[in-house]
Design a protein around this ligand. Structure first.
Ligand SMILES: *Cc1c(COP(=O)(O)O)cnc(C)c1O
Length: 380
C-alpha cells in the first residue's frame, strides 16, 4: 500500500469514529483562564496544578540563563545550572543522582530503551502512560501488562521464570483516571521477584507528599528508578530520572538520548531551580488545591456521570461514547468553562470522559461555576 492510501484511510477511520483531534490556538493561558477565538473561559484542562507557570520567581528564573545550551551535555551543554538542579533534586528526593531530560516522554523512552534487552521482562500497569508502553513495545524484551493497580495480577505476571532482568513500571498518580497506585505493595511484590521498579510520578511530584516530594515519598517507597516531570506541577517543562550512582553512570555512558541531543536550555534549568524552591515551600498552594478538590467532589457526586475514585487534581467524569463526551465539552464551553474531552485510544473504548483538572489558581467561584454548568447540562 502506498503512503497516501494508508494515511487517507487512517484519517477517514478516525473521522468516522468521532475521534478527530484538533489543536487549539490559545491566545492567552494563565492557568485560571484560557482565551480562544476572542473568548475567555475558566480553564479546567491545565496540568499546572500549583499555578507555578505564572509565578514571578519562575518567570525571573528564565531570564537568568541562556535560551539555548548550544550542545549536548556531553560536549559543552552541561552548565552549573544543570548541575545545581540535578544535585538539589537528588538531595530533595533522597537519591544519589538525578539526570535531566528534555521531557518526560524522552526520559521514559530513554530509560526503557537503554535497560530492556532480549531476555528481559517488562511488566507494566495496563493504564501506564503511552511513553512507557510505547517504548516497551519497541524493545526486544517481552512486555506484559497487569490489571490496573492490581497487585495480585502483577504477582501473576511476575511468576513465570525469567532468564533476564525484570522491570515493573507504573505511575504514581494516573494521568487519565487520577487515582494512585498502591506503591508499597507493588514495590514489595517486585522486590520479592528480584525485579526493579520504575515509577513515573508526573502527576504526583510537587502535589503530594511532604514538601511536594510526590507519591513515592508519601507512600514510603523508594523505587530503583523514579521519573519526575516538570511540565505539570513545576509549571515549566522537562524531566529527571532519579537513581543510584551506578545507574546514572551507565546512562551517562550509554544513553543515546543524553549523548546525541542538545541539553535542556540553561534558562529552563534556572526556571526549574526557582520552581523547585516554590514547590518546596508550597504548602499553602497545595492546601488551596486540596480545598478546591474537596469542594468539587462534594457537589459533583450528585451528577449523573460517574466520578472516578480520585483524590488528586485530576477529576475525570466518565461519559462513555465519544460523541456524548464531545457534546458535553461543547455545552460547558458555551457556559464559559473549558474542559477537554478525552477519547480512545488515550483511554479504553467506551470510557470517553471529561478530564477536569483543578489547580491552586482556581478560586471558589470558578469551581462553583463549573459545578453549575455541569448540573445545568445534566438537567437538559
Ligand atoms: C505528561 C506525562 C508524561 C510526559 O511528560 P512530558 O514532559 O510532557 O513529555 C509522562 N508520563 C506521564 C504519566 C505523564 O502524565
Amino acid at each position: 500500500m502506498r503512503f497516501t492510501t494508508r494515511l487517507t484511510q487512517a484519517l477517514d477511520a478516525r473521522r468516522a469514529a468521532d475521534g478527530w483531534r484538533q489543536r487549539l490556538r490559545v491566545a492567552r493561558n494563565d492557568t485560571r483562564t484560557l482565551e480562544v477565538d476572542g473568548k475567555s473561559y475558566r480553564h479546567f484542562s491545565s496540568n499546572d496544578y500549583l499555578g507555578l507557570s505564572q509565578h514571578p520567581a519562575v518567570l525571573a528564573g528564565w531570564r537568568h540563563g541562556a535560551p539555548g545550551a548550544g550542545a549536548s551535555g556531553h560536549v559543552t551543554g552541561y552548565s552549573h545550572l544543570h548541575a545545581g538542579l540535578e544535585t538539589q533534586l537528588a538531595h530533595w528526593l533522597g537519591y544519589e543522582c538525578a539526570l535531566l531530560f528534555i521531557s518526560g516522554f524522552a526520559a521514559n523512552q530513554a530509560v526503557v530503551h537503554l535497560l530492556a534487552q532480549k531476555q528481559d521482562s517488562l511488566i507494566a500497569d495496563k493504564l501506564a502512560h503511552a511513553s512507557l508502553l510505547d517504548a516497551a513495545s519497541h524493545t526486544p524484551a517481552a512486555l506484559r501488562r497487569f490489571h490496573h493497580n492490581d497487585v495480585a495480577s502483577l504477582a501473576q505476571r511476575l511468576a513465570p521464570p525469567c532468564d533476564g532482568a525484570t522491570l515493573v513500571m507504573t505511575e504514581g498518580i494516573f494521568s487519565m483516571d487520577g487515582d494512585s497506585a498502591p506503591l508499597a505493595a507493588i514495590a514489595e511484590t517486585t522486590r520479592r521477584a528480584g525485579g526493579w521498579l520504575l515509577v513515573d510520578d508526573a502527576h504526583g511530584i510537587g502535589v503530594t507528599g511532604e514538601q511536594g516530594r510526590g507519591s513515592c515519598w508519601q507512600q514510603g517507597v523508594k523505587p530503583e528508578l523514579l521519573v519526575v516531570t516538570f511540565g505539570k506541577a513545576f509549571g515549566v517543562s522537562g524531566a529527571a530520572l532519579l537513581c543510584d550512582e551506578t545507574t546514572a553512570d551507565y546512562f551517562l555512558q550509554f544513553s543515546r538520548h543524553l549523548i546525541y541531543s542538545t541539553a535542556m536550555p540553561p534558562a529552563q534549568a534556572s526556571a526549574l531551580l526557582a520552581a523547585l524552591h516554590e514547590v518546596q515551600r508550597g504548602d499553602a498552594l497545595r492546601q488551596r488545591l486540596h480545598d478546591n478538590i474537596q469542594r468539587f467532589r462534594a457537589a459533583a457526586a450528585a451528577l449523573p456521570w460517574s466520578l472516578m475514585a480520585s483524590e488528586s487534581a485530576i477529576q475525570p467524569l466518565v461519559v462513555g461514547e465519544n460523541s456524548a463526551a464531545l457534546r458535553l465539552s461543547q455545552r460547558l464551553a458555551q457556559a464559559g468553562c473549558w474542559v477537554s474531552a478525552i477519547r480512545p485510544p488515550t483511554v479504553p473504548p467506551g470510557t470517553a470522559r471529561l478530564r477536569i483538572t483543578l489547580t491552586a489558581a482556581h478560586q471558589e467561584s470558578d469551581i462553583d461555576a463549573l459545578l453549575k454548568a455541569l448540573h445545568d447540562a445534566a438537567g437538559e
